[in-house]
Design a protein around this ligand. Structure first.
Ligand code: NAD
Ligand code: TYD
Length: 343
């Protein structure tokens, strides 16, 4: 495995993975293939221009011809698919792009991987495919998928197609299902960068409903290490959950974030909940740990480090938040939400 095509490598996790993998494997070449949607950002890959082991291709994973051209031109051995529409709230407002990219686009990549006889196709998936996880249960890789948002349903569909390509055509695939990632270069629509940047500017933090939903906020670098491990030591045809295995309430995450910034709790504003909001995600990560992986950050460290990154990188996020696209999205998603008193 020497020439990697990183689909969606200009987004949050993909770009972190590129920065992680290039120095780690001096004999690897990396091609980022990305459509540069609102979430794709070449600022995330700054500093790599001119590196002979790095190339960027501007392309859509739904375009079979362009995908084939890139695989051929760069003699690709393995595809790692990060490319997706990724935000639940946007999937509720406009599901169409999710079906296109997350479902059809993954199929296009799988088909190309089959035709080119690639060594590996890795699908980067999410814990959201398991849906709301009740009680004390921790999702196992063998649990049935039960997605509840258009985003989760599109990712679950892609997982099923990836497995079908392995079973039917023998394509050497692996899959990972990650918990909520946080860290550098995350688009400030996701809760931690949104709340950190709002709090820096003394703007309200719109907490959905009672804020008692539970998530596993893991540092993106722990996710990158897990991907590396699964790519090199994972078993073909297998799924691996990736998370710390611990969980916390959103309000607890907000407390840590505000404390790190020295900002008051009065910034918290409870607003109308997300429709179909999954109350709890929680992963069993025993299978990944058996490969030799351990997360390096706990929730608190991951949140604090992430907040500090946003404090130190205003040049990165102010450009985004002051743009017309972002301002329109913010108005559309938050403009109509009622502020809930007495929460
Ligand atoms: P992101 O939204 O930050 O980035 C997505 C990238 O995909 C962008 O660079 C975008 O331009 C690109 N893209 C979108 N449509 C494309 C298309 N049709 N063709 C080519 N490129 C396209 O996403 P992220 O948070 O980095 O997530 C990456 C992957 O990890 C996704 O598949 C997501 O489902 C999965 N995941 C994310 C999280 C999380 O917490 N963010 C957790 C688990 C799994
Ligand atoms: P998000 O970052 O959108 O990730 P996901 O929905 O994939 O878990 O949201 C994380 C949690 O934060 C989720 O429970 C919804 C909540 N949330 C808010 O309370 N307010 C917000 O403005 C956003 C974007 C999310």
């Amino acid at each position: 495995m020497r020439n990697l095509l990183i689909a969606g490598g200009a987004g949050f996790i993909g770009s972190n993975f590129v920065h992680y993998i290039l120095p780690k494997y001096p004999d690897y070449r990396v091609v980022v293939y990305d459509k540069l949607t609102y979430a794709g950002n070449l600022d995330n890959l700054k500093g790599l221009e001119g590196d002979p082991r790095y190339a960027f291709v501007h392309g859509d994973i739904c375009n079979a011809e362009a995908v084939a051209k890139a695989l051929e031109a760069y003699q690709i051995d393995a595809v790692i698919n990060f490319a997706a529409e990724t935000h639940v709230d946007r999937s509720i407002m406009d599901p169409d792009a999710f079906i296109q990219t997350d479902v059809y686009g993954t199929y296009v990549l799988l088909e190309a991987a089959r035709q080119f006889g690639l060594e590996r196709f890795h699908q980067v998936s999410t814990d959201e495919v398991y849906g709301h996880v009740p009680g004390e249960h921790r999702s196992l890789e063998t649990d049935p998928v039960a997605p509840r948002s258009p985003y989760a349903a599109s990712k679950a569909s892609a997982d099923l197609m990836t497995i079908a390509y392995h079973v039917t055509y023998g394509l050497p695939v692996t899959l990972t299902r990650g918990a909520n990632n946080i860290g550098p270069y995350q688009y400030p629509e996701k809760v931690v960068p949104l709340f950190a940047t709002n709090a820096i500017d003394d703007l309200p933090l719109p907490v959905y409903g009672d804020g008692k939903q539970r998530r596993d906020y893991q540092h993106v670098l722990d996710h990158c290490e897990a991907l590396d491990l699964v790519l090199h030591r994972g078993k073909i045809g297998e799924i691996y959950n990736v998370g710390t295995g611990a969980e916390m309430e959103n309000l607890a995450m907000v407390e840590i974030l505000l404390h790190e910034l020295g900002k008051p709790r009065s910034l918290i504003q409870h607003v109308t909940d997300r429709p179909g909001h999954d109350r709890r995600y929680c992963l069993d990560v025993t299978k990944l740990k058996a490969l030799g992986w351990q997360p390096r950050h706990d929730h608190e460290e991951a949140i604090r480090a992430t907040v500090r990154w946003y404090v130190d990188h205003e040049w990165w996020w102010r450009k985004i938040k002051s743009g017309q696209h972002y301002r329109q999205y913010y108005q559309r998603n938050y403009g109509q939400r009622e502020v809930l008193e007495g929460k």
